[in-house]
Structure formats: C-alpha cells, structure tokens
Design a protein around this ligand. Structure first.
Ligand code: GLC
Length: 723
C-alpha cells in the first residue's frame, strides 16, 4: 500500500460507521443550499427522509451551477464535516459544459477522434473551472434501435468505433495527471451494461441477450474506456440476464472488478438502487441496499437505501463492514487523485470562469466539429448554394435555438447560433426570406401563408425541420420515427412550387425519411449541432466547408425493419444468395431488407474513386499480419475529406459471424485530382471472437477484407488465416 493510500486508511479508521455510510450517498445540489431551517427538515431532504447529519457527512454532490456555488457549498460542508473530508462534485458534462458541441451521435459521424478528444478537453476545462470534479460521460452504450431516445448520446452501432471514441473522450476529459492538471475532470463511463438494447426501443425496458452477444458487441466500448484509465463506472437502469445491473454481482464483482481489474468507483444511476424494488428483485429498500453493496456499488445516487439500512445490515451481521470500508476507500482515493484533500476547491475559480467559459477558441472548435459531424445524405445538383440566389428559409428550426440537444449541461439556447443567423453571415438579408411554416408538431393557416409568401420570393427553398430536443434523450422514445405529420405536409405543399429544395434536419435519432428524401433535392443531416450549429450549417450549405460526415447508425427504410444494422448475420436463407428462391427467403413482402442509408454512408461536394485494392499476401499467420491497401482519388473539383473504411468478414466460424465488421478507418484530405494510397494493417488479433465456449480466439480459415466509402459500396479481397 502506498503512503497516499495509507493516509486514506487512517482517515477511515477514524470514521464512525454513520460517517462511512454517508460517504456512499450522492445528493443533488439543492440538498446543500441551506435546505433546513433551524431544526426543521424541508424540501428534498424531507422527501428523501435524510437529516442534516447525512448531508454534512455525504460524499458527493450531483450537479452544481458554477464556481461560486461550488465554493460556497464546499466551504460550508468543510466547516460541518468532522474530519474535513471534501465533497466530490459531479455533473452531466456530456457534449460540452457551456460551449455545447454536437450531440455524441453527431460527433461519432465526424469519425474524427482527435477533434472528439479536443471537445472533451474543452468541456473538461469549462467544467473544472466552474467547480466540477467528475463528469458522467462518456456514454458508450451500443445502439441499434432508433426508437430509443438515448441513441442521441451514443456514437452508434459499431463496437470498434464506439471503443475508439470511448478512449478519445476519456483522454480528453481526464488528461494524464488529474492530481495536478486542474483543467481536467474524472470521467465516468456509462451505462454499464448494455443499456442501449431495451426491447421495443422503450427506455428502461427489458434487455435480454446471451453473455456471448454481450461480450462480443456490447461490452467492448466500456472495456476500452476502462483500459484508457476511466476513473468511474455508472450502472445501467436495465437488467443483464434477468438481474438489474445495479445489483448484478456477476457483472460488477466478477466481470468488471475481477476479470477486467477495474478498481475505481462504481456509482448507481439516479435511483437505480431503489428501483430494484419495482424490478422485482428486492422486497424493500433494505434488500435493495443489501444487493447493491454486495454487487459492489460504491455510491448510491439519489435514493436513500444505503443511508436508511446499511448501518442495520452491518450491525446485524448481514453485511461485512469491510464492504463499506472498501467503497469508502475507493471514493476517498478518487478525491485524493483529484487533489481535493490538498485543495478542496481544485479548479473552481470565478474570475477564470469568465475568461474560459464560452470563449472564442472554444466556439471555433465547436463550429469545426459541427461542420464535420453533419452528414450529406442526398444532393442532386442543388448544393452548395449560390450567393446570388434568393433563399427562402422555412421550417420550425429556421430561427430556433433548440439545437443543443439533450444533456446540454449549462448550454443556453439563447447563445446558440441559429440557422437564420448563420445564413445572414453568408448572404445579404435582402436575399433571405424566412418563415416558420409550422411548429414542430402543429401548424396554422397563417404560418403556411407566411411560408408560401417567402417561398414565392425565392429561387431555392431551405427547409429547417426536425424533432424537439425532448423527443429524444432520456425517456424520449418514439414508436413512429418519421418527421411529425405537419412538417411532412409542409414539404409536400412547398413541393408544388417546383423550386429546388434542401432539407436540413435537426434530430436526435435516425429517422424514417419517407416524405422527405423522396420530395427534396438535397438532405443535410445536422443532428443537434450545438452552440455554433447555425454557423457550421451555413458553412456547409455555401460550400465554405465540404461535408465529410458518415453515418454511424443505420437509417432504417421503415420502423418496421428495426433493428437494422450493418454488422448483422447472414441467416440460412439470405435474400442475396446466388441460388436464392423467389419466396422462402429472409425478407419482407413489402419493403427491402437494406436500410435507407447504411452505416458509414455520407456524401461530399466532390467525388472519390477507389482503385488498385490489394493485399500484401493472400494469407496471414498470428506472427505475420497482412496489409490491405487501396488508392483513393478525388475525382471532383473541390478538396474533400473521405473516411476510408476497412471491414472484415469471417466466412465460417464456431458461431455465426457478422457479414461485416469494421476493423479500421482513415479520414484523409484529398485535393482535386489527388490520389493517396491508404494502407491498413490487419492482424490475427483483430480476427478473434467469442466462441460458443466463450473463448476469445481466432480460427484458421477464409476471410474477406472489404475497403470502401461505407459499409455497402465495398471492394472485396479474400485471404486466409493460417495457424
Ligand atoms: C440520469 C441518466 C444518467 C445521468 C444521471 C445523472 O437518469 O440516466 O445518464 O448521468 O441520471 O443525471
């Protein structure tokens, strides 16, 4: 045990059992703002039946709005806390603190790991100077069902890509020296595990899958975050093999701590300990507390099971006090790692907060990332826009600051650059006619008349359409994933004018784009692009930036296809088999099998050709990797970035294997006419998978490597693994 750790042990030895248990409690900031009058418990404390002692001894705070509040709460707390143990301040800094970056599903579409890391570094700096110590990010849940509202917080449907982004976000948030670098915060990877697979895409619903699928597809990104040094893990609301994650001993003690060696802090999600009662695995708060501490949950977020029952459980011998000591030790060690015992206020600094938060450099990075996160889905000769053409900007997002998306922390819609603001930076206002046309879900005759008037004045119509930001995010699930009816009607009516139309979409999930993509000449998927969204989209619409985003989650042809994802299995009756029959195939009678837009898809204002794809050898061995190369040429007239993707298929496995798996990507910039040779290294390790006996190994045999601009339009190269 190090000297530092010895110090913690000596603190724990001085703590009473009540003080130790209180360290395991996380309460929201209002609990600490003098919530009690003399002798009287009011507000949230009364609701949760916790008293002043609990608050004075609690270990951490959820949420806080700024350096002044954090300093005040910490100062008051240290006066009351007998041993002077500082509070940990935690917050949901998911894609920015005050400068808001595109939502993670958009950042994923940038395929730009460096910029993703930079966005997390900036978010950490703004958060830390405002008093935050820990962020509840990255969220790395793999997602395949756009009905689920929280797909917006994920980087998509691929385990490898999610793992790369998980690492980048952890690096950005934490840096390499949390103790001394007070511009960084500790990260908390969530939601452990497989929260992204609820049945029916309905939040908090049952998750049901084999351990093998869990390990193969859903666990890699959490593991990547932990291997990158992530300090904290948050448990999921949902079940893993019939046991809520928050009380799942196999998941947390055996797998997370035992097999993976994670020794950081485990926090429950909001109220998830107590939710074991409605889940039906705990009869009461006492049993919920018992199961959570046995499973290894260190901090109970916003429910009172630990504080109401752990003391009794220890005193009656049901829970060994060493479990409490372990949890307290991990929490105090995180405080020590953050330097809080030396400086309980850490980075909190009101003066610096004014200089750093929402500064021009941060806005610049947010704008750059937003331009790289948008995906051009269709463009039939209408983009980029010309500055001498009159533009009608029509739709509920024409002048709307609701473009930050869910979990936008302290970001303000009033500080967002709206699309109208962005277009005004590009063209003379006399060339710009703006009208709402309708609201998100309702519309009036007057709104339509205004839109018609604007459209009649213009040469080209830019539609700004989408979902309220609360139509995705937590509990924001939709069974119908089309644009709201009123917006589809607006498109259809404007279509009658026979003018070029561009649809810019602001949404938190892949949508069923029928009624949109078939009606307009161009579609730019902007997601929720963040504080600089309108400026970034204007850059793209006028060609001052060239779209380079690629989808990281499939857009289904219809909600009836869900789940539809690129790394699926072939089945015994594949529709595209050479000897396919007419009827008895894995297909629908009424729609295609393929998604409307596949994983990895995105257009540019230029075009790229792929040629001379080659393997360095037609076989590899565990010692001898092979190299996959391809020439990529910019065959258009403007410079552009291309995400060159490498997929692999294991043709025959011990278990069925996906028809493709992403194994590498490179985002390259090509000038008009320029050709670059892109080379990937492929190793035997990258061919390993979980066998039926859960052994993670590779098999000798035949494989196919695919290179191309997305998961559909690829060049195939066959090779063997020889062992
Ligand atoms: C919420 C979310 C979780 C978030 C936490 C704290 O319920 O599930 O992602 O970090 O509570 O706000």
């Amino acid at each position: 045990m190090t000297e530092q750790e010895q110090k913690l042990v000596s603190i724990i030895q001085k703590m009473t059992l009540e003080e130790k248990i209180a360290q395991l409690v996380q309460l929201a900031a209002p609990f600490f703002e003098g919530a009690t009058n003399e002798g009287q418990i009011t507000g949230p404390m009364a609701a949760m039946k916790v008293n002043e002692d609990v608050v004075r001894n609690s270990g951490s705070v959820l949420g806080a709005s700024g350096a002044r509040e954090v300093i005040n709460i910490q100062r008051a707390h240290l006066k009351k806390n007998r041993l002077g143990i500082p509070l940990l301040f935690m917050a949901d800094v998911i894609h920015g603190y005050k400068t808001i970056f595109p939502v993670p599903l958009a950042i994923g579409c940038s395929w730009d790991l460096e910029l993703a890391e930079k966005s997390a570094e900036i978010a950490a700096k703004e958060a830390s100077v405002s008093g935050v110590h820990v962020t509840f990010a990255p969220m790395v849940d793999l997602v395949r069902d756009p009905r689920w509202g929280r797909v917006v917080e994920s980087t998509g449907e691929d385990p490898y890509l999610n793992s790369q982004f998980a690492r980048a976000f952890v690096r950005g948030f934490q840096g390499t020296d949390l103790q001394n670098d007070h511009d960084r915060v500790a990260a908390c990877v969530k939601h452990f595990a497989a929260y992204g697979a609820p049945e029916g895409g309905r939040d908090y619903n049952t998750v049901n899958m084999s351990e093998r699928q869990l390990r193969e597809s859903y666990l890699p990104a959490y593991k990547a975050a932990i291997d990158e040094g992530c300090e904290m893990v948050m448990t999921a609301f949902t079940t893993v093999d019939g046991i809520p994650a928050t009380g799942n001993k196999w998941l947390m003690r055996d797998l997370l701590r035992g097999e993976w060696g994670f020794d950081g802090v485990l926090i429950s999600d909001w109220g998830a300990v107590k939710e074991m009662i409605p889940h039906g695995v705990a009869a009461d708060e006492r049993e919920a507390a018992y199961k959570a501490i046995q499973a290894g949950v260190d901090i109970e977020m916003m429910s009172p099971c630990y504080i109401h029952h752990l003391k009794q459980l220890v005193e009656d011998g049901s829970v060994d006090e060493t479990l409490i000591d372990e949890a307290v030790f991990r929490i105090l060690r995180l405080k020590q790692k953050l330097g809080l015992f030396e400086n309980p206020y850490r980075g909190a600094d009101e003066k610096r907060e004014q200089e750093v938060v929402l500064c021009e450099e941060h806005r610049r990075v947010a704008r750059e990332l937003a331009t790289k996160s948008c995906v051009l889905l269709k463009n039939e000769g209408v983009l980029p826009l010309k500055r001498d053409k009159k533009i009608a900007l029509i739709g509920p997002f024409a002048q709307n600051g609701d473009i930050l998306g869910p979990w936008s922390c302290l970001g303000s819609k009033d500080e967002a650059i709206q699309l109208y603001d962005g277009l005004k930076m590009k063209v003379d206002p006399s060339y710009l006619f703006v009208a709402k046309g309708c609201d998100i879900e309702t519309g009036t005759g007057e709104q339509w008349n205004e839109a018609l008037h604007a459209a009649r004045e213009a040469d080209v119509i830019v539609l700004a359409l989408g979902e309220h930001s609360d139509m995705s995010g937590e509990a924001g699930c939709r069974a119908d994933i089309r644009l709201p009816e009123i917006q589809l009607e607006l498109i259809a009516k404007l279509k009658q004018l026979n003018k070029p139309m561009v649809a810019v979409l602001f949404n938190g999930r892949p949508l069923d784009l029928h009624g949109v993509v078939d009606q307009v000449d161009a579609v730019l998927e902007a997601w929720y692009p963040g504080t600089e969204g309108g400026a970034a989209i204007a850059d793209l619409l006028f060609g001052d930036a060239n779209p380079s985003g690629k989808l990281t989650m499939s857009f289904p042809y219809s909600v009836g296809q869900i789940p539809v994802y690129y790394n699926c299995f072939n089945t015994g009756r594949p529709k595209d088999a050479p000897d396919a029959q007419e009827r008895y195939l894995s297909q629908y009678l009424d729609i295609p099998n393929e998604p409307l837009f596949p994983f990895g898809f995105g257009l540019s204002y230029t075009t790229f050709s792929y040629s001379d794809a080659a393997l360095s050898s037609d076989y590899m061995t565990p010692e001898q990797p092979i190299y996959v190369s391809v020439n990529v040429t910019n065959t258009g007239k403007v410079a552009g970035e291309e995400v060159v993707q490498l997929y692999v298929r294991d043709v025959t496995g011990d278990v069925v294997r996906p028809v493709k798996e992403l194994k590498g990507f490179q985002k390259i910039l090509l000038q008009p006419g320029e050709t670059k040779k892109v080379t990937f290294t492929l190793t035997e390790e990258q061919l390993r998978y979980y066998h039926s006996d859960l052994q993670f190994t590779s098999d000798a045999g035949t494989f196919v490597a695919y290179v191309g601009p997305n998961s559909r339009d690829v060049i195939a190269l066959t090779f063997k693994l020889v062992k």
